[in-house]
Design a protein around this ligand. Structure first.
Ligand SMILES: [Zn+2]
Length: 116
């Protein structure tokens, strides 16, 4: 199965699962952060989750992002059980149910969370 991964230009969010201990996580790596077993399995996330935290960024860190400020960064608990940081709609509040769509920001494809 082909898995869409926005970090590789696809319209999807990927996470990894350990085949030995069933730990799961977001950032792609070659071994399990919990038990060290190699060859984790990549899986496709649904893109749905819940807002865990939100930060309104007023002073953007780069020239490209400055044009978009202020913008909201959210920490989302994906329904699969991992957590990721991404851009989101400015009106999002902690506890909101959200889903990712994919958009271009400053020339790069990013996941962007909106209320469902
Ligand atoms: Zn493991």
């Amino acid at each position: 199965m082909d898995i869409a991964d926005w970090t590789k230009g696809g319209d999807g969010i990927t996470y990894q699962v350990c085949s030995a201990c069933n730990a799961l996580w977001y950032f792609q790596r070659g071994f399990c952060p919990d038990c060290g077993t190699g060859e984790p399995v990549a899986k496709q996330a649904s893109g749905a989750g819940t807002v865990h935290a939100r930060t309104l960024v007023v002073r953007a860190p780069t020239e490209e992002l400055r044009a978009h400020a202020p913008y909201l960064i959210v920490l989302v608990d994906a329904e699969e059980g991992f957590r990721l940081m991404a851009h989101g709609d400015k009106n999002l509040q902690i506890g909101d149910r959200v889903r990712a769509r994919f958009t271009d920001l400053a020339g790069r494809k990013i996941p962007y969370f909106e209320k469902t």
